[in-house]
Write a protein that binds this ligand. Structure first.
Ligand SMILES: [Zn+2]
Length: 827
């Protein structure tokens, strides 16, 4: 699964964000529960389902034939997970005979008394006739579940004319048992056959191969999907809706993209790299794509980012970017790579328990790095790697969590940036340590040992030890079964008399734990690089290097691979040399960051000019965004380069950044450029150009915003238009802004548009319109994924709803104030 994780750095809006309750919650008693492997009494063998849907009630009418066998010990009973179902029949099949069985059912677990004691050599088949009612599920008798329904009916009555009618399922972690009875644990594996009867106008998707399609007289159609290879219950999937299916292929296997029809023309731009990814991953793993087909489908109102259902990945509809959005690049390429890699790591070889989630998610996360490195170059892979370190560090709770955790508050909490971002970096460091060929050989051994099975983290260690012939307990103990990361303080001193350099590396994490780290130190002397391989392991490690001529640079962690934070006490000259000669993405990034802190120095200014033309777009953007435009020297030196980038940089996000900065010069001579760029196909270029123009010529910007409001706009262009309409107080256009915001799928971009949207609400005089806007905001709050809903919901309440309400009240707009304050959840 690729979780949608909203990162909030800071909002330059209203109150400070620290107004949240800072009292520590009492020690969570759920953390004391040991999360053991799930006991195996019976094992699933095969599940056959025959389902039809009642759109009017959001019910599923199902018949299940579940074949099982005792795991080892003989047993006369069977427990199945079956959440919130009505059961009509529970029997055992003897040939074609149904023999009813006694059972107890508490609405969650179905305990069946078998007709006799079975041995592990005997398969038996249970038949269950049931109704599944996902919208009526309750958590411990309280609120209705929104994130664990398993089965979702989207707009089933067709009331919302703007929204398609869809059905989709989401099993992970243990929600599929809300729509079919099963043993809902990741360490069960079964073959599956699903027979779905749906309105004939819709298409269906499920795991494995579609083996038949039969049209029925009543306007329905029955599709049968068969998954001949065993996989876990949480990976079972159904999707139904009105989709265009774009057909692609990989080595004769079907590769399909299910998108809403208006996105058919861009489906290949979004998903079209899939066959190349399949070839790439198959090759590096030495393990051919294991399943019969691979399809990807989009979902409205999805509860996550994307999910790797075996052969049938489901994506949030945010992946459906239009042609203009795609001009800036496909923001969801990493999702496509991530879910595909899960087809091996997660679906084929599966984590034994949620405690070992790293065996699924760290690999999928790591796969993004290797894909970007392969497809877009080393800088792109390194950037992906670096941004994941940032994500792990963004939450101060992360460094205290082990990667493999047998104690956790609830299953969903395992899906954090430790399992994903940190775990991915741990694999990337391991690749660097053992070397590419040993690394991928070990993955091959692991896959061969655990295909169609389950594994825990030690099984992965064993595969690496088998291939490398080295004991790796130290690595696993430190990174998998331990927490945190090193924080380095690195100091250099040079003794020219003795021609000796001293490098002192202190570990200053202050956790009492010192990391054992294999490290490359590169010494650059007279244009020649000498690499020294050393080990760290103490609170303070010192290394001496002799030289003839004082080194231009000593570069600790020459491969820039270590998951760490650091204070690296290099000089400006060192960093300039590092930018030009060490040359990795992170070498250059560090130099740019250092120089952006020293913008008064000429050498730093000159490096920043270089950084504006860095070969990698991400660093061009970083450099531009670091420029201190209040410094005349910087502003003057940057101008010609900004103009060049704004006009013709091959990357549109760079053009957009440059245009935005160029706007701050307020020079009439740029007006023509800005006007021209407002018509650019990229929303970010067009939006930034419109904003830049508005600083020069408000009237013309307003006139253009009016012109562009006749067509659909998204992203920065919509934001720029909104800002102009708000400034002009043009309430007739506010509906357009509300609709634009409302229609954006749940995403980071939408969250980032909050401040503008809130400013609009503040401005609104018309109460009907205001309420409409508040409703859109509340809808957004309610659709935040469960893992972050409480935290972000409180943030939205305290920092947006409450202050807007207070200001409306102060302005004497009682009706508006009452309305918005009534929507606050957080007390
Ligand atoms: Zn994942």
């Amino acid at each position: 699964m690729k979780r949608l994780l909203i990162v909030f750095f800071s909002f330059p809006f209203f109150l400070n964000l620290k107004a949240q309750d800072s009292t520590q919650p009492a020690k969570d008693p759920t953390l004391l529960i040991y999360r053991a492997m799930f006991p195996h009494i019976n094992d699933l063998v095969n599940t056959k389902l025959d389902v039809r849907f009642d759109y009017s009630k959001s019910y599923l009418y199902g018949k299940a034939w579940i074949t099982l066998k005792p795991h080892f010990y003989p047993t006369d009973s069977l427990s199945l997970d079956a959440k919130g179902m009505d059961l009509k029949e529970v029997s055992i099949l003897k040939g074609n005979q149904h023999s009813p069985l006694k059972y107890n059912y508490d609405g969650s677990t179905l305990r069946i008394h078998l007709d006799k004691t079975y041995r592990y050599t005997e398969n038996y088949t249970i038949y269950i006739d049931y109704t599944s009612k996902p919208n009526e599920l309750k958590v411990q008798g309280s609120a209705a579940i929104t994130d664990a329904k398993g089965l979702y009916f989207i707009n089933p009555l067709g009331i919302d004319k703007e929204k398609p009618i869809q059905i989709w399922t989401q099993g992970e972690t243990e929600s599929n048992s809300a729509w079919f009875p099963t043993i809902d644990k990741p360490d069960q594996k079964q073959t599956v056959e699903i027979i779905m009867t749906v309105p004939a106008k819709y298409v269906t998707l499920s795991n494995g191969k579609q083996v038949s399609q039969v049209k029925n007289a009543d306007g329905t159609r029955t599709d049968t999907w068969k998954m001949d290879l065993p996989h876990s219950p949480y990976l079972v999937f159904m999707g139904v809706g009105d989709y265009a299916i774009i057909k692609d292929s990989y080595k004769g296997k079907e590769v399909n993209y299910y998108v809403e029809k208006e996105y058919a023309p861009v489906a290949r731009q979004i998903f079209g790299l899939t066959p190349e990814m399949m070839a790439f991953y198959s090759r590096i793993l030495g393990f051919e794509y294991p399943w019969v087909k691979y399809s990807q489908m989009t979902a409205r109102d999805y509860v996550s980012g994307a999910m790797e259902n075996t052969t049938a990945t489901l994506h949030t509809n945010a992946v459906q970017q239009d042609a203009r959005q795609l001009t800036d690049g496909n923001k969801y390429e990493e999702y496509v790579a991530h879910e595909l890699f899960h087809q091996w790591f997660g679906d084929l070889a599966t984590a034994e328990s949620w405690s070992n989630l790293t065996l699924n998610e760290s690999f999928a996360n790591f796969s993004e790095t290797v894909w970007f490195e392969y497809k877009h170059g080393k800088d792109a892979g390194d950037a992906q790697n670096y941004h994941d370190i940032e994500k792990y560090l963004a939450d101060p709770a992360n460094p205290s969590k082990n990667l493999v955790r047998y104690y956790y508050p609830e299953r969903e909490s395992m899906f954090d940036m430790v399992s994903y971002s940190k775990g991915g970096r741990i694999l990337n460091m391991l690749r660097n340590y053992v070397g590419d060929s040993a690394f991928f050989k070990a993955l091959n051994v692991y896959l061969n040992n655990f295909k169609f099975k389950n594994a825990e983290a030690h099984n992965l260690r064993m595969a690496f030890e088998q291939v490398t012939g080295q004991d790796l307990n130290w690595y696993w103990n430190q990174w998998y079964f331990g927490s945190g990361h090193p924080i380095f303080d690195i100091n250099y001193s040079y003794d020219d008399a003795k021609k000796t350099a001293l490098v002192v590396i202190n570990q200053v994490q202050h956790t009492g734990k010192f990391f054992r780290i294999p490290l490359a130190i590169d010494v650059y002397e007279g244009g020649v690089k000498n690499r020294y391989k050393v080990w760290l392991g103490k609170e303070s490690d010192s290394f001496y290097f002799t030289y003839n001529k004082k080194p231009d640079l000593i570069n600790v962690d020459g491969d820039k691979i270590i998951l760490c934070q650091k204070q690296d006490h290099k000089t400006l000259e060192n960093f300039v040399y590092q930018y030009n000669h060490a040359g990795l993405y992170l070498d250059r990034r560090e130099a740019i960051e250092y120089c952006s802190e020293h913008q008064d120095e000429v050498a730093a200014q000159s490096l920043l000019k270089q950084g504006m033309r860095d070969r990698y777009f991400d660093l061009r953007n970083l450099t531009m965004n670091s420029l201190d435009m209040d410094k005349p020297a910087i502003k003057t030196a940057a101008e010609p380069i900004l103009l060049e980038l704004a006009t013709s940089d091959p990357n549109r996000t760079v053009q957009a950044t440059a245009i935005s900065l160029l706007g701050s010069y307020k020079k009439p001579e740029y007006k023509e450029l800005f006007v021209k760029k407002t018509a650019d196909s990229s929303y970010s270029v067009a939006g930034n150009a419109l904003t830049a123009l508005s600083l020069l010529d408000e009237a013309q910007a307003y006139q253009l915003a009016n012109e562009y409001s006749k067509y659909p706009a998204k992203g920065d262009l919509l934001a720029a238009m909104s800002a102009i309409f708000i400034k002009e107080g043009d309430e007739s256009k506010f509906d357009l802004v509300i609709d634009g915001f409302d229609k954006m799928p749940m995403s980071q971009e939408k969250f980032n548009q909050f401040p503008e949207f809130a400013a609009l609400l503040l401005k609104m005089q018309n109460t009907d319109q205001f309420e409409k806007g508040v409703d859109a905001l509340v809808r957004f709050r309610e659709s935040i994924p469960a893992a972050q809903r409480a935290e972000l919901g409180a943030l939205i309440d305290n920092n947006f709803l409450k202050p807007i309400g207070q200001r409306k009240e102060a302005a004497g707009m009682k009706e508006q104030s009452d309305y918005i304050l009534s929507k606050i959840n957080t007390k």
